[in-house]
Design a protein around this ligand. Structure first.
Ligand code: UGA
Length: 457
């Protein structure tokens, strides 16, 4: 099939390369010529494991090409995927300008029947609005139909998630068999491989995506809320999470306590979803998402607090090493990165902060020029009063804490993520403060047998 993918960011570039890998003829479209030039040479403009290989393969076979021309895209495609960004507006709602602009640019060139398929994460009702726009602007009128097939890929696993997804969602207007048939044809190899397919209406398709991300965010914030309680009583949230994970109804995925979620999706999607529910008069149903967000933000504050405490109550004149800048390992994406939010907050409060990340340093440097950057994990630790582990890259787990202790000003570790063998660090002379594993606070209230609560002082 001849496919275009409009928007060549993390989602679109991966989707385009994977569709070519499935045997389709693909044209990637982006207004950023620097990006399309790099992609056309088989070079991804960002780090995504496995992408370079299939990109090169697609470009090499000639099945995968790139352009900045909507006219060429309209001429070429039988099916057009919309994979542009829907970032967060200052009021929390999704900014749909890239999406409306993509449809606005493409539609006037559509002169033959085709299907336009949204993949971006959008507020429910967007697909219906875009359907009206498409009908109005496309010379071919109703012969250009609009469908929604949300994407569930994770950065860092984007290729495998696209080629072996957990499910496919096909959202189409009532009676629109053409769109559904076209999408089944595009995804034929995946359907044949047994990937479950949910065919539904447009609104449900849009909601499935925001519901999935909201559930994942809620699960993370649930365990981080437990961490807050553990910190208050001196319990261990790591063991608590492990024990919960043995219950197959709960499961251990996304139950990892720590610095919480960041990135270009989860934070903005829960805010956008809550805002959309309010517009629809269903705000109360999603009021809990505000708390999910609040718990997540408090993790960052707690980490700053732990660092101040580890530094003896002040950050003045203190040098802090930060391991991690990406919002999670396996990516160079720093959008809403918890690690950089903490680094910036410490800098703001007077500390000298030096950051190291295996992949995200270039992006971090551009966005946070006020921080210092080091070229290795060891260099970032050199001469510091506290070392913070904020993104769980595997290479940090491999660092030997014993020689490192000799290179710092004070061997204090503040750990916000899994992956370090803390017994080994403690054995090497480090003091370790870990999120969710606090000392009991002296003012901890002790429930008395008669049901009243006393304060144990
Ligand atoms: C997320 C979803 O997982 C994808 O299914 C979805 O397609 C994507 O958003 C999107 O909407 O495009 P992604 O943003 O790549 O994917 O990142 P995740 O792997 O979901 O991680 C999100 C954040 O949660 C990271 O900061 C990670 O460190 C954090 N996290 C994850 C935790 O703090 N604890 C956990 O147990 C798991």
């Amino acid at each position: 099939m001849r496919i275009t993918v409009i928007g060549c960011g993390y989602l679109g570039a991966t989707h385009a390369a994977c569709m070519a890998d499935l045997g389709h003829e693909v044209l990637g479209v982006d207004v950023d010529q620097e990006k399309t030039a790099a992609l056309a040479e088989g070079r991804p403009p960002f780090f995504e494991p496995g992408l370079a290989r299939i990109l090169e393969r697609g470009v090499g076979t000639g099945r995968l090409r790139f352009t900045d021309s909507y006219a060429d895209a309209a001429e070429f495609g039988e099916l057009h995927f919309l994979a542009v960004g829907t970032p967060q507006r200052p009021d929390g709602r999704a900014d749909l300008r890239q999406l409306t602009s993509a449809v606005g640019e493409l539609a006037p060139h559509l002169r033959r029947p085709c299907v336009v398929v949204g993949k971006s994460t959008v507020p429910v009702g967007t697909a219906e609005a875009l359907t009206g726009m498409l009908r109005q602007l496309a010379p071919v009128g109703g012969a250009a139909s609009l469908a929604w097939s949300p994407e569930f890929l994770r950065e860092g696993h984007a290729v495998e998630d696209t080629l072996r997804p957990d499910r496919l969602v096909i959202g189409r207007a009532e009676g629109d068999t053409r769109s559904a048939a076209a999408l089944r044809e595009v995804y034929r190899a995946l359907v044949l491989a047994g990937v479950p397919t949910v065919e539904t209406d447009l609104a449900t398709a849009e909601l499935i995506k925001t519901a999935a991300n909201s559930f994942l965010a809620t699960k993370i914030s649930f365990i981080n809320a437990m961490a807050e309680v553990c910190e208050a009583v001196g319990a261990d949230v790591g063991q608590l999470a492990d024990a919960l994970a043995h219950d197959s109804r709960i499961g251990g995925q996304f139950l990892q306590p720590g610095l919480g979620f960041g990135g270009g999706c989860l934070p903005k999607d829960i805010r956008g979803f809550a805002a959309r529910a309010e517009e629809l008069g269903a705000g109360r149903a999603l009021a809990f998402l505000r708390e999910v967000d609040g718990i997540n933000v408090r993790r960052r504050e707690r980490l700053v607090e732990l660092t101040v405490r580890a530094c003896g109550g002040t950050l003045d004149g203190r040098r802090i090493g930060v391991w991690g800048a990406a919002f999670k390992p396996g990516t160079d994406d720093i959008r809403d990165s918890p690690a950089l939010a903490v680094a910036a907050a410490l800098r703001e409060r007077g500390a000298e902060v030096v950051v190291y990340d295996p992949r995200a340093l270039d992006n971090a440097r551009k966005t946070f020029p006020g921080l210092e950057y080091a070229e290795s994990a060891t260099a970032a630790a050199e001469g510091t009063d506290a070392l913070l582990h904020l993104t769980e890259w595997r290479e940090f787990g491999a660092v030997d804490p014993a020689p490192l202790a000799a290179r710092v000003r004070a061997a204090r570790l503040v750990d916000g993520r899994p992956g370090l063998d803390l017994d080994r660090w403690r054995g090497a002379g480090w003091t370790c403060d870990v999120l969710g594993r606090g000392e009991p606070r002296p003012e901890t209230a002790v429930p008395s047998p008669d049901g009243k609560t006393e304060v144990d002082v």
